[in-house]
Design a binder for this molecule. Structure first.
Ligand SMILES: Cc1cc2nc3c(=O)[nH]c(=O)nc-3n(C[C@H](O)[C@H](O)[C@H](O)COP(=O)(O)O)c2cc1C
Length: 263
């Protein structure tokens, strides 16, 4: 099982790293106990060279390989594509994710048009000082969902300015265990192959739009949809899936109606 943890605080040994490390330790114990191999890679976004998105739309219009910014994004993208699961962890800064995480989300936005992560599983972790409205988690949930990730768990940790390592383990060790269990179980049980009604419906909306909306005719996005076989009438999701046929048919019918509103 290959897991990549992307963490967006610049503070080494900070609250967010502490929680990610607790989840890592729990996954390692689980891997020894249950006998599955584990590769875990921790990535601090602050240590990577990631320029700000310029909004040129080249990734949308010509493909991500043509992005004019030559930095660490392609390497991080590949790491995530090669992993079975990912942990996205951010401190809450003024009620949302940090600028580093938001920039990463923006740089990866081409995945909202051509989701490459269907079949992959993610955990969302946010840490805050005193309170958290959930907006940071929702920012991540929206992005990861639209890139195709199955979200196995989501937890907000209230930790003050800086929680001592032992206190973090005492207070949040069990929560970290639960998240590790959710992530490893969802991957082992291939839960990402059973998309939700909502995901199936959104696929149908996108399929209908890319198939016939005039503004997408001749675009790179449409060509990718065609090349991936996603415009095929029998195709109900980005990857072969295991969703119940009745649920799939109902989601597709709802998606077809919804798509008419977007045209
Ligand atoms: C610039 C900045 C903005 C913050 N905004 C909030 C906030 O809106 N709500 C909150 O509860 N905590 C806020 N905090 C506190 C952090 O979210 C919290 O201490 C977090 O766990 C720090 O994680 P780290 O140690 O991994 O950097 C803020 C901290 C900083 C530095």
């Amino acid at each position: 099982m290959r897991i990549v943890a992307l963490q967006s605080s610049a503070r080494k040994g900070g609250n967010t790293e502490r929680i990610v490390r607790l989840i890592e330790e729990s996954l390692r114990r689980r891997s020894r106990r249950e006998g599955f191999p584990l590769e875990f890679e921790y990535v601090a976004l602050a240590d990577r060279n990631l320029s700000l998105c310029r909004g040129c739309r080249v990734c949308f219009d010509r493909g991500e390989a043509h992005c004019p910014l030559k930095d660490d994004l392609p390497g991080l993208y590949k790491k995530l594509l090669d992993a079975d699961g990912a942990i996205f962890a951010s401190p809450v800064y003024v009620e949302d994710v940090t600028a580093g995480m938001k920039n990463f989300i923006d740089r990866m936005a081409f995945n909202c048009h051509r989701p490459a992560f269907a079949g992959k599983t993610a955990l969302i972790v946010t840490t805050s000082g005193a309170e958290s409205s959930g907006r940071a988690a929702r920012t991540l949930e929206f992005a990861l969902g639209s890139w195709g990730f199955h979200i196995a768990g989501d937890r907000k940790f209230r930790m003050g300015a800086l929680m001592a390592e032992a206190d973090a383990a005492d207070k949040f060790g069990r929560d970290a265990d639960r998240l590790a269990e959710k992530l490893s179980r969802a991957i082992a049980d291939k839960k990402a192959l059973t998309p939700s009604f909502y995901s199936l419906m959104i696929f149908r909306v996108q399929q209908s739009i890319y198939r016939s909306a005039p503004q997408f005719k001749g675009t790179y996005d449409r060509a990718q949809w065609e090349q991936n076989g996603w415009l095929d009438k029998k195709r109900a999701f980005y990857i072969p899936h295991r969703a119940n046929p009745v649920k799939t048919a109902a989601a597709r019918a709802a998606g077809a109606v919804l798509a008419k509103l977007f045209k």
